[in-house]
Write a protein that binds this ligand. Structure first.
Ligand code: ADP
Length: 252
């Protein structure tokens, strides 16, 4: 796919550390996402994936470098793009005393949506949550909360969606359904999706392209077959283990 004319997100030399004594959580990261791409960031815990995504969302400000989404600098003009992006993560905290429907309603109001009820009904159906609509979120299972988080992330029909480990707590069947649903959104309306996952088989099957991240740095980029060939490994898991074992130095 030629996405050169339709770059949705561009990050240039982005760095962030949480305090001056700490190592860089994100270290001179440069990357881009084209319209309709499904791209994953793969790296061990602490690699900097969540910090990078928080900066892409405009929730953390880079110490240096810039991130542009739809041509707008998110650190300075987040409001201009926030209605077109959304996010779900495993550590998303939802108001637990509200029901599933009330939660979605609250998010729908934040985005100033028209036809909120219709939108919520279709999201409940999409995520298999219809029968939980009147249940307080605090009474749901971990997997149901994750589905609720994804319904919330889709409420504004985003053009760019960030999912931080979306399938970590889902069973394989629900996970497969979710991938199919997301793929449909990507193909039908050109949604762009950036996600993180520790499930290498999922990354192999689902992403068009991936970035390998270690200790704040991007150490490789490409499609799964290209990376496997380039580094002469059996599969993505073997490449991941090599990256961790060799401290990010894949050529060593
Ligand atoms: P990942 O998402 O890949 O697990 P993170 O972005 O969460 O990585 O973390 C990158 C680095 O930044 C780690 O060393 C982590 O300890 C540190 N870090 C993350 N969040 C904070 C925070 N709120 N305060 C201080 N250090 C943090």
């Amino acid at each position: 796919m030629d996405n050169s004319s339709q770059e949705i997100l561009v990050a240039r030399e982005v760095s962030k550390r949480y305090d001056v004594e700490s190592p860089w959580a994100v270290d001179k990261v440069t990357l881009s996402l084209g319209k309709g791409e499904v791209v994953s960031i793969v790296g061990p815990n602490g690699a900097g994936k969540s910090t990078l995504i928080q900066m892409m969302l405009g929730l953390l400000v880079p110490d240096s470098g810039e991130i542009h989404i739809f041509g707008t600098n998110v650190a300075t003009h987040r409001r201009l793009v926030s209605h077109r992006i959304n996010y779900a993560s495993t550590d998303l905290s939802l108001p637990y005393s509200l029901t599933v429907r009330e939660n979605l309603m609250a998010y729908g109001l934040i985005y100033n949506l028209t036809h909120i009820r219709r939108r919520i009904d279709s999201l409940l159906e999409l995520m298999g949550l219809e029968k939980f609509a009147s249940i307080q979120v605090g009474r749901l299972s971990t997997g149901q909360v994750a589905r609720m988080g994804i319904a919330k992330a889709l409420i504004n029909d985003p053009d760019l969606l960030f999912l931080d480990e979306p399938t970590a707590t889902l069973d394989p069947e629900v996970s497969a359904q979710l991938r199919q649903t997301l793929k449909g959104m990507v193909q039908e309306r050109g949604m762009t999706l950036l996600y993180t996952s520790h499930n290498m088989r999922e990354v192999e099957r689902f992403s068009d392209r991936l970035y390998l991240m270690h200790r704040g740095r991007l150490v490789a980029e490409g499609t799964v077959p290209v990376l496997i060939k380039r580094f002469d490994t059996e599969d993505l898991e073997a490449l991941f283990l090599r990256m961790v074992g060799q401290e990010g130095n894949l050529d060593g």
